[in-house]
Design a protein around this ligand. Structure first.
Ligand code: 13P
Ligand code: SF4
Length: 315
């Protein structure tokens, strides 16, 4: 089947099954283009919560499908590939984290949404890169906090808020690999480019950035900026939307070195158009979670959404 035929089949099935396709900006371009909604983790969580579709096909990674199921447990949530995990989520096993928490009984826990449902049950508030700074700032200065699982996002928040949150030692394998050395080479070669970076990058890269934000925030920054040339420090998938919005602007993705394609998230890139069709046709692979797990994991996510609304980050 040609791509066009697959797309037509997907469109037909979507109508027949009253399905919605949600996709993250790191998905391959053709998946971003067939999605009903594309966004960052915060926008996608909101959409998953409020959709009236009967079937949610989530093109992203496993924790995103889980979040959709937790927020809308009466819907059937499916993902195209069960192997689409996340190194950051994997870097924080629930058993180890529960032990770690015992050392800090007077701390509350803020966890980045890139974590398992079990970690969410061990958290007081969930955040995304789209609201982390505002959520942390909304808490009183004396409040002691554990931040998990991303030490880069946590370290960045500590640096700009002046806090001393206790950090879990986890990272995203994609962003962690990007190097300040290579960014500096690219900056030197392209002096008229400005650097936009995702806060999952390591601190040396973030220190060089002109703008730091979630995928949506980076996309909005570029759209609303007069500047025409950008170095991009995040996963490659974002360039599709950047180019769509700004055909006249130029983007160079910075990597670890000249020869690597390390900005392709091997999990995000597992999803293909063929798998999306198979998934929709057969209503696989379903995210199933224990009722109690859903109830417990939901509390800190709802807290995040409520706080984000109060703080004017979402409507
Ligand atoms: P955001 O799109 O929320 O910035 O998240 C990036 C990410 O790491 C998704 O895996
Ligand atoms: Fe996880 Fe990093 Fe891939 Fe996002 S880009 S899904 S954080 S491994």
């Amino acid at each position: 089947m040609s791509n066009q035929e697959i797309i037509e089949r997907i469109e037909k099935l979507k109508k027949e099954k009253n399905a919605v396709i949600l996709a993250h900006f790191y998905q391959i371009p053709v998946i971003q283009d067939i999605a009903d909604f594309i966004g960052d983790s915060l926008n996608l969580a909101e959409k998953a919560k409020n959709t009236d579709a009967d079937l949610i096909l989530f093109c992203g990674v496993h924790f995103m499908g889980e979040t959709a199921k937790i927020l809308n447990p009466n819907k059937k949530v499916i993902i195209p590939d069960l192997e689409a995990g996340c190194s950051l989520a994997d870097s924080c096993p629930a058993k180890d984290f529960a032990e770690f928490k015992k050392q800090y009984p007077d701390h509350i826990t803020i966890s980045y949404i890139n974590c398992s449902a079990e970690i969410k049950t061990l958290s007081d508030i969930i955040c995304t890169s789209g609201n982390a700074l505002e959520l942390v700032n909304s808490l009183p200065k004396y409040q002691k906090i554990i931040f998990a699982p991303d030490k880069n996002l946590g370290g960045y928040l500590n640096r700009i808020t002046g806090r001393d949150m206790v950090l879990w030692n986890g990272t995203c394998e994609v962003h962690e690999l990007l190097t300040a050395e290579y960014v500096l080479i690219k900056k030197k070669e392209n002096p008229d480019y400005i650097l936009i970076a995702h806060p999952e990058c390591n601190d040396a890269v973030l220190q060089l950035a002109d703008f730091i934000g979630s995928t949506s925030a980076m996309i909005n920054f570029v759209k609303n900026n007069e500047h025409k040339k950008f170095l991009v420090a995040t996963e490659t998938g974002i360039v599709h939307q950047l180019k769509k919005d700004n055909p006249e602007k130029d983007f160079i993705v910075v990597t670890q070195n000249e020869s690597c394609s390390c900005n392709d998230c091997r999990y995000m890139k597992l999803n293909t158009l063929e798998k999306v069709l198979y998934s929709l046709e057969n209503e696989v692979y379903e995210i199933n979670l224990d009722e109690k797990l859903i109830q417990e994991a939901k509390k800190p996510i709802i807290r995040m959404l409520d706080l984000s609304r109060e703080l004017g980050i979402i409507k």
